[in-house]
Design a protein around this ligand. Sequence first.
Ligand code: GLU
Length: 485
Amino acid sequence: MSTSGVRVRIAPSPTGEPHVGTAYIALFNYLFAKKHGGEFILRIEDTDATRSTREFEQKVLDALRWCGLEWKEGPDVGGPYGPYRQSDRKDMYQPFAQELLDKGHAFRCFCTPERLEKMREEQRANGKPPGYDGLCLRYSAEEVTAKMDAGEASVIRMKIPTEGACEFNDGVYGDVSIPWSSVDMQVLIKADGMPTYHMANVIDDHLMKITHVARGEEWLASVPKHILLYRYFGWDEPKFMHLSLMRNADKSKLSKRKNPTSISYYSALGYLPEALMNFLGLFFIQIAEGEELLSMEELADKFDPDNLSKAGAIFDIQKLDWLNGRWLREKLTPEEFIARTIEWASENGRLTEGLKLAQSRISKLGELPNLGGFLLSSDVGLTPASFGGLKTSPAETLEIINTVQADFEKMPEWTTESIDQELRAVADKLGKKLRVVTPPLFIAMSGSQRSLPLFDSMALLGRSVVRQRLKIAATVVASMVGAEK
Ligand code: GLU
């Protein structure tokens, strides 16, 4: 049990590839718990049933565990306040919503999606901020019952004060004041009975006895809704800390269009989790030059939530490379280095599956590095010359790469079969034969037209590495299109 009573959590939504931003927030919470002798727990927030999948959930758990962030309670390890997956807690939220209705803090809203759309359109046209206009507040209890009895669909929304501002203290931002007029009458329970993020998040943080909520700054504007819910229920609110988001070098929000953002990309390229945690941990602590190389224990020692680093969290890959190189050289013994390398090469079956694919394609083992090295390489060295021998023009090649890139983002599953299907669909869409579409992709993946079977290779490389290689290929080919003009 925690000696300090401090309980923090990471609450990922399993809606995509595990993001380095999740590791960054998780690390903060983990260090915070360690520093205070508290507990770090993991809760899966899958209230968005259309976007959440068990596959992504497993990936989040695997990725955070790879980072070395162990949780005391979670969907996979259980704990006294479970279940730790919101979809498994579904029935726990309804009585709380009823309590808010009974106390007059919430109301049923029968507005149809069409009416809400029209309302939003009008708000846009009149330059008004978007938000529910409160139409359904006018119904009496009898009218609501009659509508419910008639089977009209409804959601439950929270009431928001009409005057004044929500004042609170944030551990990072200090005193914050947000006028209630800018806070929407948030839907708490959707028409299908599922809670929204806001409702489930507050109830779970309370029931799971969370004392400190540290999360990304994008949630700061939601705090008034959350605080209001705590007050409506008569519960103590946790201490909030909103951390600045990680940014690209140009200060834009870290996004996969500019930098690879998936944790799996960094593990696939052979960054050590210790180095990644070291790199992310430096965003929180103040240290002098020369003190950068820090283990998790050392990060926790130096971590001081009252004295957080003021520097922005710029995701500087060169710095990560530098730290990773130092970890490889200075922190691993030769034996550890060898063991870690073999473990890394075997990740995701790259070594064994790659060898199986290569067996029928070589006449001596010495050809293996050239043929299959791209499965492990961090850079396949694409240049315009790599694409020189293609039958398709640079403009056509670019169209193929761009189409594949966009369509891959929409694929729910990442397997040899799903990639096969997707590329056939792309060929159909472009009115080209599959054998015309695949050569540029062979090159994008391996740097060569002669390599291992494409669909299997893409499956082994993983979504995030494929994304990055396609992005590089698109840039190279785009320069060729430009040069033609
Ligand atoms: N599920 C939210 C997310 O993934 C968690 C936000 C929070 O920590 O309250 O960003």
